[in-house]
Design a binder for this molecule. Structure first.
Ligand code: ADP
Length: 192
């Protein structure tokens, strides 16, 4: 499904947007998409599989040369056949019920690593999937709070990228992120 915009807030002149659909279906107006990868960077299921299928074999060839990526970090490549300039491969944590604080620290670190790479490569727009909320088992409402507050904190610095999209695949993920956005808007007095 081609992504549809569902919600948006303004943070310090930047845009934090919730979309629903398939992250591989954006056009070149979105300069980069983030991938929820595993630490081998050699492809997997879920959104990773969809991105590699859409990008074609050149993406995997490039990923092979990177030698993996630790949890909480990210790596940048070209985008193969996708119309974006780059794919940013993010390795989020497998959720730990015994240590949710450490999971939150690693998830926020993953988003921040991707934002740093985007800025260093002169990108102004970046679309993220809901990292770690699939096979990695992160509860949607907790992941949504971490993702949205980390992205809002970035926008509040005034630095690029200034247009950040979270692309939710199903209704449950969209609902969780809309609720987290409502909470964030109230806490930080943002304009919706
Ligand atoms: P992880 O291993 O980080 O949990 P997954 O790919 O299993 O990664 O899931 C991450 C999120 O991406 C899940 O919420 C899943 O529903 C979603 N997802 C799966 N395919 C797509 C897609 N094509 N576009 C956007 N999101 C997707």
């Amino acid at each position: 499904m081609k992504p549809v915009q569902r919600d948006r807030v303004d943070v310090a002149g930047g845009s934090l947007e919730l979309w629903q659909g398939d992250i591989t279906q954006f056009g070149p107006e979105i300069e980069a998409i983030a991938n929820a990868a595993n630490s081998s960077l050699l492809g997997g299921g879920g959104v990773d599989g969809a991105i590699h299928r859409a990008a074609g074999p050149a993406l995997l060839t490039e990923c092979r040369s990177l030698g993996g990526c630790p949890t909480g970090e990210a790596r940048i490549t070209g985008a193969g056949r996708l119309p974006q300039r780059h794919v940013i491969h993010c390795v989020g944590p497998v959720y730990s019920q015994r240590n949710p604080a450490e999971s939150a620290r690693l998830l926020a670190s993953t988003y921040r690593a991707a934002l740093r790479l985007a800025r260093d490569h002169g990108l102004n727009s970046l679309a993220f999937p809901a990292i770690s909320t699939g096979v990695y088992g992160y509860p949607l409402d907790e992941a949504a709070r971490v993702a949205l507050s980390t992205l809002a904190e970035h926008l509040a610095t005034g630095r690029p990228p200034r247009r950040l999209l979270l692309v939710l695949y199903d209704d449950a993920a969209l609902r969780a992120h809309q609720e987290a956005l409502t909470q964030l808007v109230e806490e930080r007095s943002l304009r919706r």
